[in-house]
Design a protein around this ligand. Structure first.
Ligand code: M6R
Length: 615
């Protein structure tokens, strides 16, 4: 879950590396470092803390790169600690003799390798698994092998996940990168090439990318790059053009990426719906879904699997798909699914939802299902990511790059896709009539305007939220399609404000969580006027009877709800199936404004990383 960057080309790379790391800081931010060639020697600078600290360390003019045969090389890293606590000595790059490397991933057999290296007399100075890799390469190099041969043999010994950027002081015009299990892209430029954990790091310099597969290694030399597989055979890779822009990965005047991304939601929904709905709203085109009518008719069971926020979107997906298709759906957390010997086979469909397309547990669940013969489709935001490439087909969410650690616009577009998919499957199977589908599709198409309407209430939501930033516990309640949004609201609050929040199915409240309610507990009740409305009102009364503070989010014009709640936020009254998207916006804004008032680091909350590429 760390971020790595690397450069080989004609420009002095200190700034390129630092800016790249800045764009990857969402992946980890407990320590950082870079390595540059200076007068033929590799100079490493590292520090504990965020990149702002590294900036101070590297800013002195004397720390800069000098070219060897007109070529500059450098690598950089921003860390999310796995092995060894955050500290300067555990920060990357790690050095072993002439070998210097940055690593993202986990080396599972590092303890064994470390013992072996220590017994050979190597002296390791950090507690990390990554330094072991540097020494392993050095151990081979020392025997008289070339840099490339040493890397090649060392990686054969590694178990686990790794993307690596590696330099060798004795071969100063070469950069080697390896990928296995954690993301790594190659940015292809003119007489310069790059590596990075993610595309946004390089958008300022190139829009042309190569996606590496596991067990692939790239050797960069001046003006040239060569990709090899685990057998050492050269392979040809396709170059993909990315149409994301530089502005998309900047804050654009907002205080935080999260707020910017909340405001981008209407546009993200438009982009996700674009070209997928016919003008008369009678047909949906999911061209990227490669399932024929016969394939759809043969689906026996659907499994929806994901992590975190994407899991909450999948829960909405389960409710929608079951309702529209009557196909039984099973919902699972990817970390559970992958190990619980799931009963999934040929004829079953697995839907993996992931913003990044790189979440380790989701990827493992996908592989498990494929191994057992299931068809896999993914709902994914990042083209070319591992989950995208390994799925039988991908329905893309066009949220654009999401930088804030708390997922917002990706969630909204995942919900949009689940609506489209459920309608498409229902119409194909004729379990959903055109008559029923048309008004629902019409609401879906107008969704961006409804979201804009709710955004107009932002000042009011902010005022409400700011009253509660000192509270210790929140409860979020919802029923039916509102339940996953209660879970999502609680997750958002927890992750960015560090306030304990429980999301519950409102009907479950009396089975335990009601014990939490007192006059100091804000309870956020999702009570749109859907088929659960009366039931939720009863739950609300139960909370009032115990003096809980009720913040209700309900349908506009619901004066009764407004009267019986302490605070009321309204959403447009539309089809039940799009209501989860409308409820989402207020819960995101509540979490955001509580966190801002509390003064936490909204975009980079403690202990978290955006892309969880380790188990
Ligand atoms: O990239 P993914 O959608 O697979 O990520 C899944 C979760 O790690 C992610 O949704 C996480 O829960 C977010 N921080 C929630 O805001």
């Amino acid at each position: 879950m760390c971020g790595i960057v690397g450069y080989l080309g004609y420009r002095e790379p200190k700034e390129i590396l630092f800016k790249g790391l800045k764009r990857l800081e969402y992946r980890g931010y407990d320590s950082a470092g870079i390595a540059l060639f200076q007068e033929g020697k590799i100079q490493v600078k590292r520090c504990l803390g965020k990149l702002s600290q590294l900036e101070e360390v590297i800013q002195e003019a004397s720390y800069h790169s000098t070219p060897t045969q007109n070529t500059y090389i450098g690598i950089g890293h921003t860390r999310w600690a796995t092995h060894g606590k955050p500290s300067e000595k555990n920060a990357h790059p790690h050095q072993a003799g002439p070998i210097v490397l940055v690593h993202n991933g986990i080396i599972e057999n590092y303890a064994l390798l470390r013992e072996k290296l220590l017994s050979k007399g190597h002296i390791l100075s950090s507690e990390t698994d990554s330094e072991v890799v540097a020494y392993l390469i050095y151990d081979y190099f020392k025997k008289g092998l070339s840099f490339e041969e040493a890397v090649f043999l060392a990686i054969q010994e590694l178990k686990g996940s790794y993307s690596l950027g590696i330099l060798c002081e004795e071969e100063p015009t070469k950069l080697i990168a390896v990928r296995n299990g954690t993301p790594l892209v190659v940015g292809v430029g003119e007489k310069e090439n790059f590596i990075a954990s993610d595309i946004p790091a390089l958008l300022e310099y190139t829009k042309r990318f190569m996606y590496l597969n596991d067990h692939e290694m790239v050797i960069f030399t001046p003006g040239h790059l060569q990709v090899k597989n685990i057998e050492g055979r050269e392979i040809k890779k396709e170059i993909n053009y990315i149409n994301w822009t530089q502005e998309m990965v900047e804050k654009g005047g907002y205080q935080h990426f999260m707020l910017k991304e909340i405001h981008e939601q209407p546009q993200a929904i438009i982009n996700t719906l674009q070209d997928r709905v016919s003008k008369d709203k009678h047909a949906l085109y999911l061209k990227d879904l490669k399932l024929s009518e016969a394939d759809i008719k043969n689906i026996r069971k659907i499994f929806l699997v994901a992590c975190g926020t994407a899991f909450h979107a999948s829960m909405v997906g389960k409710y929608l798909i079951e309702e529209m298709t009557r196909i039984p759906c099973e919902l699972d957390l990817a970390s559970e699914f992958r190990y619980r010997d799931p009963i999934i086979k040929k004829g079953d469909l697995l839907i993996i939802t992931s913003q990044s397309g790189e979440t380790a547990d989701s990827l493992a669940a996908l592989r498990e299902a494929k191994k057992r013969g299931a068809t896999v489709i993914s709902i994914c935001n990042v083209k070319g990511s591992s989950i995208d490439r390994e799925s039988d087909s991908t329905i893309y969410t066009y949220a654009g790059p999401e930088i804030g650690v708390a997922s917002t616009k990706a969630f909204m577009t995942q919900l949009t896709v689940f609506n489209l998919l459920a309608i498409h499957l229902g119409l194909t199977l004729k379990t959903l009539s055109l008559e029923k589908a048309t008004p629902y599709v019409q609401d879906l198409v107008r969704l961006p305007y409804y979201v804009e309407e709710i955004l107009k209430q932002e000042p009011n939501i902010k005022k409400i939220a700011q009253k509660f930033y000192r509270k210790k516990t929140f409860l979020y309640l919802g029923r039916g399609l509102s339940f996953p949004i209660a879970l999502e609201g609680a997750l958002k609050l927890k992750e960015i404000s560090y306030i304990n929040a429980e999301g519950y199915a409102a009907g479950e409240m009396k089975h335990g969580p009601i014990a939490l309610v007192d006059d100091d507990t804000p309870v956020i009740i999702l009570a749109p006027q859907d088929k659960y409305y009366e039931k939720v009102l009863s739950n609300l009364e139960e909370i009032k009877a115990r003096e809980g503070i009720v913040i209700a989010i309900g349908s506009e014009g619901d004066t009764h709800l407004e009267k019986i709640s302490d605070y009321f936020i309204s959403i447009p009254k539309k089809s039940d199936n799009i209501t989860p998207l409308l409820l989402t916006l207020p819960v995101q804004l509540i979490a955001y404004y509580i966190a801002v008032k509390k003064g936490t680091d909204v975009d980079q909350p403690r202990n978290l990383a955006k892309s969880v590429t380790v188990e």
